[in-house]
Structure formats: structure tokens, C-alpha cells
Design a protein around this ligand. Structure first.
Ligand code: MG
Length: 231
């Protein structure tokens, strides 16, 4: 099975978070410098991950908590409303596919079984998947809470797929690449220009089942090489 990550692999996502961070820092700019706001928000987001999981709703709640911590009782109703608006804007933002995604998936779906695994808010991810127009290409898809070895093992088990036979394509080394390699599968890393610091990891050095591509349009040629045993 050829399995894809979604956010920042099939469509833009992290640039929206970067934009939300900029707006948030501007909103609280009267209280603290941007680096203090950013550092505090990151600490609170990490502390809340276990409770909120990944995604825009968790980000919004953590941003509210950060604002309360940094601005205290001086935080105004207007500022709280502006903050909630930043979160809602992210949730309602139209899906923007990355270049070549539509064509490449259409090409690959003709000859292979495609899966999709994405983490984050269930409602938001389902909406993005539906609006993307890509859903029909995937024989399996799931929105999961975490992307680690245990979760991949469980999901591929449910799907009746041997993880060692999976080729996972994604932008996050931590979430899409390292767990699949550990399970004996093949990983194709397509970096996105931006990466949330929590998702950062070192690429594996000289791993025989690890491949890096500049963009998704290079995937069919890599799969052909892998199929012929040449890569
Ligand atoms: Mg991703």
C-alpha cells in the first residue's frame, strides 16, 4: 500500500499556522515582544497536546491560555474575540492543494491501492479531505490522534496491511517517516518549506528504505525504480 500524509504533503497547512502565529503576536504586541509570546505559546501548546491533540482547535485554546497568562486581567473582550476569529479563520480556510498533487494521485490511483493517514481535529480533517476532491483516490483513510509506531501498527492491523509492505509519503520526519522505518516499511520524505518545531527530527543517515524527493511529481519515477529494485 502507498500511504499518504495530508497536511503539508497534499495541501498547504503550516503556512496558515505561521500566519496565525504572526497575527497572534501582533495582537499581544502591546504586552510582550514576539519571542516571549512565541516561547510561551509553544510551551503551553506542548503542555496541552495530551489533552487537546493536534490541530486548529487545540491551537486556539492554547493561544487563549497564552493570552491570559501574558496579558492577565487587561486582556479585553475585543482581543479575545480577535483571537477566536484567528482560530475560526484557520478552520474555515479553503483547501489549497500543493502543485502536482491532483495529477500525481490520479495517475497513481490507477495502478495502486492508496491510503491516507492524517492527524488533527476530526471535523476539520474530514472537511479538508472532502473539499480536496481527492477522497475518491483512497481505498482507505483515517484521521488519527497521534502518528507513532503503536498507532501505525494498530491502523495497518485494522486494514489488514503488513507495515513492512507500506510505502509512506509525508513531510514530517517525526510523524510520517521514522515510525514507518521502525516498522520495516519504506518512507518517502517530501519536505515542506515550513515545519512546526515539535515535528522536527534528523533525517536518517544512509537508510536503505528512506528516500527524499523535492516534490510529489517525482514520486511515480521513484516508485518505478523501487519496483524494479534499482533504488
Ligand atoms: Mg504533514
Amino acid at each position: 500500500m502507498l500511504c499518504f500524509d495530508a497536511d503539508d504533503t497534499l495541501w498547504h497547512n503550516e503556512d496558515q499556522f505561521a500566519e496565525a502565529h504572526r497575527k497572534f503576536a501582533a495582537l499581544l504586541g502591546a504586552y510582550h515582544p514576539p519571542e516571549v509570546i512565541e516561547r510561551t505559546l509553544y510551551r503551553i501548546e506542548l503542555g496541552n497536546l495530551e489533552l487537546y491533540g493536534y490541530g486548529c482547535k487545540g491551537f486556539t485554546l492554547s493561544a487563549l491560555e497564552t493570552a491570559v497568562e501574558l496579558a492577565g486581567d487587561t486582556l479585553s473582550r475585543r482581543e479575545v474575540s480577535a483571537l477566536i476569529a484567528i482560530g475560526k479563520e484557520m478552520l474555515a480556510h479553503p483547501v489549497r492543494l500543493l502543485p502536482g498533487v491532483r495529477e500525481t494521485l490520479a495517475q497513481l490511483a490507477g495502478s495502486r491501492s492508496l491510503g491516507l493517514l492524517t492527524k488533527g481535529d476530526l471535523t476539520h480533517q474530514e472537511r479538508k479531505l472532502r473539499d480536496s476532491g481527492l477522497l475518491g483516490h483512497f481505498s482507505r483513510h483515517a484521521v488519527i490522534g497521534e502518528k507513532d509506531v503503536a498507532t501505525y501498527r494498530r491502523i495497518f492491523g485494522l486494514w489488514g496491511v503488513d507495515p513492512a509492505a507500506v510505502i509512506m509519503v509525508g513531510n514530517s520526519l517525526k510523524s510520517d517517516i521514522l515510525p514507518i522505518l521502525e516498522l520495516g516499511g519504506t518512507a518517502v520524505w517530501i519536505p515542506y518549506p515550513l515545519c512546526w518545531q515539535h515535528e522536527r527530527a534528523e533525517p536518517p543517515a544512509d537508510h536503505p528504505r528512506f528516500h527524499e524527493l523535492p516534490d510529489i511529481t517525482a514520486l511515480p519515477a521513484l516508485l518505478e525504480r523501487l519496483g524494479s529494485g534499482a533504488a
